[in-house]
Design a protein around this ligand. Structure first.
Ligand code: CP
Ligand code: NVA
Length: 308
């Protein structure tokens, strides 16, 4: 198998909705091959990737660093104190400087608008490693995990329960591109971004099967997915959110209402808040398989984006 040819505007991977269904298929196929040990090429040999992190990260940083090394490339990782995007220099200037040194950029930025500015200003491919709006690399690994456990994505029904945040937004786009059913259950006032829903609905080759609701019900769910109630940057709202989201916790009773469903979480988890220990450590939880698949899904993505 050769590295996937991915037709992305500007060769940037900003959102799942940037991918055509065929591109997504190529990435997932290669990810499975890499994990099975059947694809061991090193298309990033001699290439260098800059990683910018304005927010903390465990999985994303380590899986990208390891993945780039396994593909034969090297990395420089810059955290908050190093670049100080928008403070020490503008996002556009920083992008133009990085262009002089590196072959690609992986960026976790606070504001999605800054990521778009970075991608517009850089001639090199840029990968979104999470913003306040989306987390597309996480969702690539989630889709890979769903295929491993449940096979054909189009036959699956994901129920996301919690905050209509970056993970929910990327799942909505993934649902439209990959064709699985998705129900997003949020408390009133914590819905996913309307712009994301509109974009997903308008995907040409897509299949819009998304339901947004405030009612907790799980008929036919094959996946129950949750995430933290207060994302990075929302720490000040934690007490308020704790009260609002109390009824939306994934506990054993909730899992029993969805007897066929596996449990997914992007991690890090706030145990005892959005999910109980019993569920996240239980037999239907695939959270560590999900975390592991970050490596393979991102390697497949980078083989397509950074190697040419
Ligand atoms: N799921 C995820 O992106 O984890 P980190 O924030 O630790 O990278
Ligand atoms: N919604 C979470 C995801 C962390 C991977 C956050 O943005 O903090």
């Amino acid at each position: 198998m050769i590295a996937p040819v991915i037709s992305l505007v500007g060769r940037d991977f900003i959102d799942v909705a940037d991918l055509k269904r065929t591109d997504l298929r190529r990435i997932l196929d290669l990810a499975h091959e890499i994990k099975a040990g059947r694809w061991t090429e090193r298309p990033l040999a001699g290439r260098h990737v800059a990683m910018l992190f304005q927010r903390p990260s465990h999985r994303t940083r380590v899986s990208f660093e390891v993945g780039i090394a396994r593909l034969g490339g090297s990395t420089t990782t810059l955290t908050g104190q190093d670049v100080q995007l928008g403070f020490r220099e503008s996002v556009a200037d920083a992008a133009r400087v990085l262009d002089q040194y590196v072959d690609g950029v992986v960026a976790r930025l606070r504001a999605h608008e800054d990521l778009l500015q970075l991608a517009r200003s850089s001639e090199k491919p840029v990968i979104n490693a999470l913003t306040d709006r989306s987390h597309p690399c996480q969702v690539l690994a989630d889709l890979m995990t769903m295929e491993e456990v449940g096979g054909d994505l189009a036959r699956q029904h994901v129920v996301f329960i919690g905050d209509g945040n970056n993970i929910a937004n990327s799942l909505i786009e993934a649902s439209a591109v990959a064709g699985f059913a998705l129900t997003v259950i949020t408390p009133p006032g914590y819905d996913p971004q309307p712009g994301v829903v509109d974009r997903a609905r308008s995907i040409e080759s897509g299949n819009f099967r998304v339901t947004l609701t405030n009612n907790i019900s799980f008929d036919e769910a094959t996946v129950i997915y949750t995430d933290v109630w207060a994302s990075m940057g929302q720490e000040d709202e934690r007490a308020v959110r704790h009260k609002v989201f109390g009824a939306y916790r994934v506990d054993q009773a909730l899992m029993e209402a969805a007897p066929r469903a596996i449990f997914m979480h992007c991690l890090p988890a706030h145990r005892g808040e959005e999910v109980t220990d019993e569920v996240i450590d239980g037999p239907r939880s695939v959270v560590f398989q999900q975390a592991g698949n970050r490596l393979y899904a991102q390697m497949a993505l980078m083989a397509g984006l950074f190697a040419t």
